[in-house]
Design a binder for this molecule. Sequence first.
Ligand SMILES: *[C@@H]1O[C@H](CO)[C@@H](O)[C@H](O)[C@H]1NC(C)=O
Ligand SMILES: *[C@@H]1O[C@H](CO)[C@@H](O)[C@H](O)[C@H]1NC(C)=O
Ligand SMILES: *[C@@H]1O[C@H](CO)[C@@H](O)[C@H](O)[C@H]1NC(C)=O
Ligand SMILES: CC(=O)N[C@H]1CO[C@H](CO)[C@@H](O)[C@@H]1O
Length: 259
Amino acid sequence: MKFSATFIIGFLLANVMAEMTIIEKHRCEQYTSIFENDTTELQYSYCENIFDGRGYTSGRAGFCTGCGDALNVIIHYTAYKPNNPLAKFIPILKRLSIGNGNINQLNGYCEAWKQASNDYLFRQFQDYINDLLYYVPAMNGAKRMNITTALGKCSLYDTIIQHGGGNDNDSFDAILNRTKIQMNGPVTGKNNEPKWIEKFLEIRKNVLLMPNNNAYRSSWSKTIDRVNFLLQLVRQNNWNMDQLPIRVKTRYHDQTIYS
Ligand SMILES: *[C@@H]1O[C@H](CO)[C@@H](O)[C@H](O)[C@H]1NC(C)=O
Ligand SMILES: *[C@@H]1O[C@H](CO)[C@@H](O)[C@H](O)[C@H]1NC(C)=O
Ligand SMILES: *[C@@H]1O[C@H](CO)[C@@H](O)[C@H](O)[C@H]1NC(C)=O
Ligand SMILES: CC(=O)N[C@H]1CO[C@H](CO)[C@@H](O)[C@@H]1O
């Protein structure tokens, strides 16, 4: 028996107490999409080599060929639909796995990704893997750290999308751990959460400016606006992310979250 991706996600989320409401999650995803792709619309068909040492970056969450997450999406999709344009890349992607940004053997990958993105099922698997790898761990982190506000949770979600969910010194987990140490533990209450989130974002900004992994340095140092705007929402006390519209300036354009 096959379970739909939506069913599995529903099951996973039932075990997460700190999840955002659907509206909050939608706003947060728009925020992240602005900085990932310069638009509030999730970019399922996006694919590009952005020369960040992670190979091709593709899809709604910047899944990459050198990180293992693109492979994850393709494997799940192929299990449901064996005959698809990306299936042939599975053996090569398996050999590349984590940390290998080599694209020499990936001719036609981006074209295949774009073609597959016309399929609703493929887009659903992008959602599924995004939630599995990023949304659920971010919300679990929020729960562990006693974070209750939409802006606090969104700060964690946006961080795991950019920094990844691994165990390295530049990862979401590392930033969360460092914040916990510097704040002497998780959030202790309503008055403490703003200070905690501010510290978390400052630590993240330092990682973007001086990542442990040199390969990220030049691309990450250009992205601190992404953190500065979250800090601006903190200063505006927009904790529920419901003071709309939220106007965001990227290094490309001005973008607005309307709803
Ligand atoms: C992480 O940082 C610590 C302390 O800054 C350092 O000792 C360790 O070698 C780093 N680990 C990696 C994998 O770079
Ligand atoms: C963060 O802390 C947890 C729990 O103490 C630990 O298991 C994990 O390895 C740490 N991760 C990093 C990246 O420091
Ligand atoms: C978690 O935060 C709530 C308020 O947001 C507070 O009442 C509670 O004491 C905190 N829990 C811990 C363990 O600090
Ligand atoms: C800034 C950025 O990453 N823009 C990309 C967003 O996605 C479109 C297509 O999906 C690309 O053409 C842009 O380069």
